[in-house]
Design a protein around this ligand. Structure first.
Ligand SMILES: CC(=O)N[C@H]1[C@@H](OP(=O)(O)OP(=O)(O)OC[C@H]2O[C@@H](n3ccc(=O)[nH]c3=O)[C@H](O)[C@@H]2O)O[C@H](CO)[C@@H](O)[C@@H]1O[C@H](C)C(=O)N[C@@H](C)C(=O)N[C@H](CCC(=O)N[C@@H](CCC[C@@H](N)C(=O)O)C(=O)O)C(=O)O
Ligand SMILES: Nc1ncnc2c1ncn2[C@@H]1O[C@H](COP(=O)(O)OP(=O)(O)OP(=O)(O)O)[C@@H](O)[C@H]1O
Ligand SMILES: C[C@@H](N)C(=O)N[C@H](C)C(=O)O
Length: 460
């Protein structure tokens, strides 16, 4: 992104003391809200976290910030060494600037949400489009009221498509994000139980997910999991053009056959009979993510051969069904970015079918934000852990105790381990000790449990 300070001042209606041409014509080359990642020439945006971003202005200046937004309630500490664009609320100004920039660049916008599969589907869609078009996509998991404006402001001036992931954990959030980006295409991958603590039922999660259509352009497309009744019944009342994907043959795009592999999954799709499509990852559920990407590719007339090739090779964001090798040579399936019952069940099913020379070992951490249903939801995973397929289980977190109790009758004590949430270090040491070169170990937990620290130790 390149904009002059004068353009930014106008776009967000900021106050600026020094209105000299020299200042107004100064160009910034990006935005940053974390001085630890700031590069010279950027506009610093002080946001509120546990600390106040305004407290890091000296770091911003040292880091080469060319200008900064500045909250009016901090006017007593107005910086003088770099232009300070004074606004009522830096976050709202950040969002307003992103809206202005989006309108200026005017790409086609594909917005993706869903309880699971957002990041994977986003990566697949971006890959399918990026030969024919200039694509900017969400990086990492930057999918909320900060992450989406940040993604918008990453666009270059020649961006044709913005492929943006949208997350939510409260009603109203997707309404805001959808109206911020005015998508040409809105995609819902599926409805699970993520963040059900704040909704109570999957029905209410579906209502919140449907908010992604609130900003959809009148001639836009709504693409969704047609096998999900909660989405089908809500889509019926919408006037938008629609495309469905899934396994039922009533869908516009459906998988005809699938074959699961450890490192790749193949399937055929109704659009191109007898043509095998391969994705470089395990998990039958990822076929659905690929079907959504195929629907988008078809919508924008990407040739079938190109869609197939791009799905076979795309850069999946880390910590999602990612195979790694441990220091002893053991195979590690790292799926540690987040977890919820549907996602955990899907990965356990896929992992239990992988070919293995040694033992299959499962490491599961708490699934957060499930509310008062959480213990039962944790215990329910016992149905997906077959002691004939899984040799040993390691569980960590308060609610994983419910699963631990459920599994006791099926595993010898030496093969069933339970750890309190603050015993991550002990779990790590025990796994380091117990894992053997021929083992395969899968790890999955909510972000807040930080199993990525264990993956780092096992692969260091
Ligand atoms: C505001 C901010 O930057 N927060 C990030 C910060 O949090 P923290 O409270 O630790 O900030 P600090 O108190 O340290 O600092 C305050 C600000 O000052 C900046 N700063 C600090 C030190 C310094 O030396 N220089 C500085 O400039 C600092 O950058 C702050 O701005 O750090 C955390 C750890 O890195 C970040 O996690 C935190 O990021 C917040 C959470 C955030 O929203 N980041 C977005 C870019 C984002 O999209 N993050 C996603 C997570 C999104 C998510 O959880 N999505 C959910 C659903 C959506 C729910 C939504 N309501 C929500 O809660 O987010 C999902 O299910 O996907 C990500 O990173 O994964
Ligand atoms: N279509 C799907 N159906 C069910 N589970 C899925 C699906 N796609 C992915 N998953 C599971 O969800 C995990 C996270 O995938 P991904 O990061 O793509 O989803 P996400 O919606 O971005 O998740 P989060 O909101 O936690 O970032 C995967 O590793 C897998 O366990
Ligand atoms: C940050 C919050 N929206 C989130 O993603 N919570 C999950 C459940 C976690 O922290 O693991």
């Amino acid at each position: 992104m390149k904009m002059t300070i004068g353009e930014i001042v106008k776009a967000i209606n900021a106050s600026l003391e020094d209105q000299s041409d020299e200042v107004l014509q100064t160009e910034v080359n990006g935005v940053c809200f974390d001085t630890r990642k700031l590069t010279p020439g950027q506009l610093f945006i002080p946001l509120q976290g546990d600390h106040d971003g305004h407290d890091f202005i000296e770091n911003a200046v040292k880091g080469g910030a060319r200008a900064t937004l500045w909250g009016r309630d901090h006017i007593d500490r107005l910086p003088v060494s770099i232009p300070a664009l004074v606004v009522d609320d830096p976050l709202q100004a950040f969002q307003k600037l992103s809206r202005y920039y989006l309108t200026k660049i005017n790409p086609r916008v594909i917005a993706i949400t869903g309880s699971n599969g957002k990041t994977t589907t986003k990566d697949m869609i971006a890959s399918v489009l990026d030969d024919e078009f200039n694509v900017t996509k969400t990086h990492d998991n930057f999918n909320n009221e900060i992450g989406v404006p940040y993604t918008i402001l990453q666009m270059e001036s020649n961006t044709d498509f913005l492929v943006v992931e949208m997350g939510m954990d409260r009603p109203g959030q997707l309404d805001f994000l959808s109206k911020l980006v005015s998508p040409d295409v809105a995609v819902i991958t599926m409805i699970g139980e993520a963040h059900i603590e704040f909704f109570g039922t999957r029905d209410k999660i579906a209502d919140a997910k449907m908010e992604i259509t609130h900003g959809l352009k009148a001639d836009g497309y709504f693409i969704y999991d047609g096998d999900e009744p909660l989405l089908r019944e809500r889509a019926e009342s919408l006037d938008f053009a629609k495309m469905t994907f899934g396994r039922n043959q009533t869908n516009d795009v459906y998988a005809v056959s699938t074959s699961d592999g450890q490192f790749r999954t193949s399937f055929e799709v109704n659009l191109w009979p007898d043509k095998k499509i391969t994705i470089p990852m395990m998990g039958d559920y990822n076929v659905n993510n690929a079907l959504a990407a195929i629907a988008v590719g078809k919508l924008f007339r990407i040739p079938e051969i190109e869609i197939t090739q791009k799905l076979a090779h795309f850069d999946l964001t880390k910590n999602r069904t990612e195979w790694l090798t441990g220091t002893k040579g053991e195979k590690i399936l790292s799926d540690v970015y987040n977890s919820n019952p549907t996602a955990a069940r899907e990965v356990l099913t896929a992992f239990s079918q992988t070919p293995v020379v040694g033992r299959r070992i499962v490491v599961l951490g708490d699934m957060l934000e499930l509310g008062n249903q959480s213990p039962q939801m944790h215990a329910s995973l016992a149905a997906d852990i077959d002691s004939n397929a899984i040799a040993a289980v390691y569980l960590i977190g308060k609610d994983m105790q419910a699963l631990y109790e459920k599994l006791k009758p099926f595993f010898a004590p030496e093969n069933l381990h339970y750890y309190q949430a603050d015993q991550l270090q002990q779990l790590s040491e025990d796994l380091k000790r117990d894992l053997q070169p021929n083992d395969e170990v899968m790890l999955k937990a909510s972000h807040g449990i930080h199993l990525e620290k264990i993956v780092a130790k096992l692969t260091a």
